[in-house]
Write a protein that binds this ligand. Structure first.
Ligand code: C5P
Length: 309
């Protein structure tokens, strides 16, 4: 029995502009996504039977937030179903069954793309174990069917997301910096946040090819916004408290909500400065993580995270 594993890193939207709305209700976005060292982990065990079935077991800090009964709906299991459909019934009959163990260390439904990162990691793992060589364009199309954030999570590389999130272009080169993530322990529904936001649109941002220093990046990001932040704060007022606490943390250069919330991020001069500020931020029931960005693809970069129960 062989075993493979993949990390599924947290995706942070440094800014998120809603630029329009499609006829099917999906919103057009302009967002800069980066990845933090904080991650879920997927471990895959190959079974002896064939048929391409994907079994799922969930463990880790946030496993209780994901019901075992809902495993069939989990994006990891749906990633398996999509790949089986892609190869067709004859091909699928030859694929070995697999069991995936998900170690859930990212808060659930929290605006840092945990579910999307898990789905992308499952696609990477399953393609490896099933020896599927799918060209990039159809692979991205499959990923988009699982969710608008899944394509960017496939590469786990900083990228500008447009369209509904699936049109990816390289991000400006990022400076060294530290990041802190804080989640107040409440889930926020993405569709509800989109429905609650004021129906106004923000233009696409103008970005430089690179940010040589954190000061230059912070200056430009301060001119951008997260268009979902006000709606998420209205639905979950504790997000405002998290943002106030982050802004007051020693060394914080910029604090903002990621995605549709509730997780907020703050930028610091270095991972060490971010880690030193953790003590000032901790509150009962809050998940706090501090560490580095993945500045060159999805390599795990050391960070420290904890939930205070
Ligand atoms: O694609 P995903 O499953 O992540 O999206 C969840 C929900 O968020 C969608 O059903 C939609 O209501 C909203 N959404 C949106 N525009 C996007 C992405 C998500 O309206 N670009």
């Amino acid at each position: 029995m062989s075993s493979l594993h993949e990390m599924a890193h947290a995706k942070i939207n440094l800014y998120l502009h809603v630029t329009g709305r499609r006829d099917d209700g999906y919103h057009l976005l302009d967002s800069l996504a980066v990845f933090a060292g904080a991650a879920d982990e997927l471990r895959l065990h190959q079974g002896s039977r064939r048929g391409g079935q994907v079994g799922l077991r969930i463990e880790g800090t946030f496993a209780p937030g994901l019901q075992a009964d809902d495993c069939a709906d989990n994006l990891i299991v749906r990633a398996g179903a999509l790949l089986r459909a892609h190869v067709g019934p004859d091909g699928a009959a030859q694929l070995p069954d697999v069991d995936i163990v998900l170690r859930k260390e990212l808060p659930v439904a929290s605006g840092i793309g945990g579910g999307s990162a898990d789905a992308a990691a499952a696609l990477r793992l399953l393609c490896k174990v099933w020896a599927l060589d799918i060209a990039r364009a159809p692979f991205m199309e499959l990923a988009t069917r699982l969710g608008a954030d899944v394509p960017v999570c496939l590469d786990q590389r900083a990228a500008r997301m447009e369209g509904i999130g699936e049109e990816l272009t390289p991000a400006p080169a990022l400076p060294p910096c530290g990041m802190m993530l804080v989640n107040c322990g409440q889930s926020v529904s993405t569709p509800q946040v989109f429905r609650t936001r004021a129906p106004v649109f923000t233009p696409r941002a103008i970005l430089p090819p690179q940010w040589p220093t954190l000061a230059e990046m912070v200056r430009d990001l301060a001119a951008q916004r997260n268009d979902l932040q006000d709606a998420a704060c209205a639905l979950c007022p504790e997000i405002t408290t998290v943002l106030d606490v982050l802004r007051a943390a020693p060394g914080c250069r910029l604090a903002r909500m990621s995605g549709s919330g509730a997780t907020c991020f703050a930028l610091f001069d270095s991972p060490a400065v971010a880690q030193a500020a953790q003590g000032a931020v901790r509150r009962e029931g809050w998940w706090v993580w501090a560490g580095d960005l993945c500045r060159s693809g999805g390599r795990a970069v050391q960070g420290i995270g904890a939930v205070l129960a």
